[in-house]
Design a protein. Structure first.
Length: 639
């Protein structure tokens, strides 16, 4: 959550920081603020409640100049304390130290109690204010900002990304990272920090990705990085980003979500490039050791959150139906706080758009700790053959991460990595990231089936051929926008909706309901269609829209029966069907004849496009904020 940007330069950094905040606003938009060291080495700070535009207006209304060559800025997603100007960052101690923070200081109450006893005054409800006070206190012992920050970090429990400036170190910007992402933008005579490379693309394409425990000291002509654990200097490579400014611009689209929905044909092409031939999937796409890893596993365990969890649910159907491999899918926030039994020879797959999702990352770290015999509450169950042996069996629990962001924490932690090529996704409601995750999972399941001889060459060629057709199928689905726009008008006065699907369409129904509730604030739920009679039918009346997904498959006749159950109760039926599903003969239904000739792999992806368009246009009808829905943020880097 939250977005940090900071910089030190030979020029005024205020406009650079403001542009960075605009580009980071998807990470949080409850409040924002900026602090600069002016030409007199005094701290100036402006904060505002609401979106970045409110901060910009407040700065423009100032009587005097607001400028400086060193500064930090922040856009907030509220954790501790309500959205307010007092709780907005940066936080300042005694007009000497200013701090911006992403993450949670878990022991802040203990620190606050100690600091209150020492005479410090608190003006906010946040956990971050203890950071500013702690650093100020350490600077009474050492006038060096880097030394004070490193000493302070030893007192903090939890996660943080920090940007710190101090009036008595006017040529220094200090940054620190543990658990929350932070990058350094490398320039000539100027350097910057940010939560995301997109914030700094207008000024640089060269970046250093800080690792957990890194503390960096930036001046105009030097970057030094130290380990908070050892105090010693460490080296981190400078990497060039191929992203550019236009890749995160709206272009002709009204909203980022709309742009990203229409980005999907190209995103799929980019994700497939170099990973399939005309009739084969390339196992090497998952890394040079992938073939031996895939040959050694007996099952798959997928961990993810939100939209990524729905992608994992689709993959479970594929794994068990297409290649006959047991597959378990679990919400990361539940997995990490129970005591699961992990089978040996399990491929542990984590999925995250950002690669920084806190619960998913923690789950991956728990599995790695298990392999190192640091159990962290997780038990491992050996196979029967292993139990019969007196020799401790070798632990084989390889990890694979599917992610859209290179150099993210998740990609660095996993044994194998598959990078999707969705490109930057700014809209809070995920669209193209979800689609490319499904493509990645299709390649994964097919690769494992291929390596383990669970899939013959004909079936592999069929899947590869379907994936080749997928960009065109998505483009055809996008062609139904005007039709879906007309259907969305019927949601103007609706407060509830029900989504139905069977098989792989059940998780797609879940995803459709999630999108609708995220951006239109309509209460939406999804059920397997066969579960209607076990409770949800009680909700059906003439005011309830019911959205059904009806591909031409072996479950279609069952689904038709479920749809009749809705019709008999007076529900408003909206059906997304295959051109040959023959549900459209029901004239009382609103039907979108969406696709034809789609297979088990391509059908969930294609139908999901239609539900994305539906949620987008319903949000427009409702007049909600499509790209920045209330109470949400894009990258969930806190529990």
């Amino acid at each position: 959550m939250c977005g940090i940007v900071g910089g030190i330069a030979e020029r005024n950094v205020a406009p650079i920081l403001m542009e960075g905040l605009r580009r980071l606003e998807y990470r949080g938009y409850d409040s924002s603020g900026m602090a600069l060291l002016d030409s007199e080495s005094s701290l100036q700070r402006v904060r505002a409640i609401g979106k970045i535009k409110q901060l910009e207006n407040k700065i423009d209304a100032l009587a005097g100049p607001f400028s400086g060559q060193l500064g930090i800025a922040h856009t907030r997603w509220a954790t501790h304390g309500v959205p307010s100007e007092q709780n907005a960052h940066p936080h300042i101690c005694n007009n000497k130290v200013a701090v911006v923070h992403n993450g949670i200081i878990e022991n802040y109450q203990e620190l606050k109690k100690r600091q209150l006893a020492a005479g410090y005054r608190f003006t906010s409800e946040t956990d971050t204010e203890v950071v500013a006070h702690e650093i100020f206190g350490q600077m009474e012992a050492s006038d060096d900002l880097l030394t004070a920050v490193m000493a302070s970090l030893k007192s903090f429990e939890g996660a943080y990304a920090l940007g710190v400036v101090a009036v008595n170190n006017p040529d220094t910007l200090v940054a620190a990272r543990k658990g929350s992402p932070l990058v350094i933008g490398v320039g000539i005579g100027e350097h910057f920090i940010a939560s995301d490379v997109s914030a700094l693309l207008p000024v640089t394409q060269n970046f250093i990705f800080l690792e957990d425990g890194d503390v960096a000291r930036l001046s105009r002509d030097k970057i030094e990085i130290f380990s908070v654990y050892t105090g010693e200097r460490v080296e981190r490579p400078v990497k060039h980003s191929n992203l550019n400014i236009t890749s995160v611009e709206l272009g002709a689209h009204r909203h980022y979500m709309h742009k990203e929905i229409f980005d999907q044909p190209q995103a799929v092409i980019d994700t497939l490039e170099g990973r399939i031939t005309q009739d084969q999937v390339l196992v090497s796409s998952f890394g040079p050791t992938a073939e031996s890893v895939f040959a050694s596993i007996n099952r798959i365990h997928i961990i993810a959150c939100g939209t990524s969890y729905h992608a994992g649910m689709v993959a479970r159907y594929w794994a068990e139906d297409i290649v006959g491999l047991p597959c378990q899918v679990e919400v990361a926030s539940e997995f990490r706080y129970r005591n699961p039994v992990i089978e040996n020879h399990t491929l542990f797959v984590t999925i995250s758009q950002s690669g920084e999702t806190a619960d998913t990352l923690a789950a991956l770290q728990q599995i790695k700790a298990l392999r190192e015999n640091k159990t962290l509450g997780i038990r491992r169950r050996a196979s029967d053959q292993e139990s019969a042996s007196s020799v401790t069996p070798e632990m084989n629990i390889p990890t694979l991460s599917i992610c859209n962001v290179a150099e993210s924490s998740l990609t660095r932690e996993a044994d194998l990595t598959f990078l999707t090529h969705a490109g930057p996704e700014i809209g809070v409601a995920s669209t193209k990231a979800f689609t490319t995750q499904l493509v990645a999972l299709a390649l994964l399941i097919t690769s494992i089936g291929k390596v383990q001889n669970r899939l013959d060459e004909g079936r592999e060629a069929l899947i590869a051929g379907g994936l080749h057709k997928l960009p065109n199928l998505i483009s055809k689905a996008l062609g139904h926008e005007e039709e879906i726009k007309r259907i969305s008008e019927g949601f103007a006065d609706k407060q509830h909706a029900l989504f139905l699907g069977r098989g792989t369409m059940f998780p797609i129904a879940l995803e459709g309901a999630l999108k609708l509730k995220e951006i239109s604030y309509i209460h939406a739920e999804a059920y397997p269609a066969g579960e209607l009679k076990h409770g949800p039918l009680a909700l059906i009346d003439e005011t309830m829209p019911v959205i059904a997904i009806a591909p031409l498959d072996d479950l279609l006749e069952k689904l038709k029966s479920n749809i009749q159950e809705v019709k008999a109760r007076g529900g408003q039926m909206i059906v997304f069907e295959d051109e040959h599903s023959d549900i459209s003969s029901e004239t009382s239904f609103k039907v979108v004849k969406a696709t034809t000739n789609v297979g088990r792999i391509t059908a969930p992806i294609t139908y999901n496009i239609l539900l994305q368009l539906l949620s987008y246009h319903v949000a427009l009808i409702k007049g909600t904020d499509v790209d920045q829905p209330r109470n949400l943020a894009k990258s969930v880097t806190v529990e």
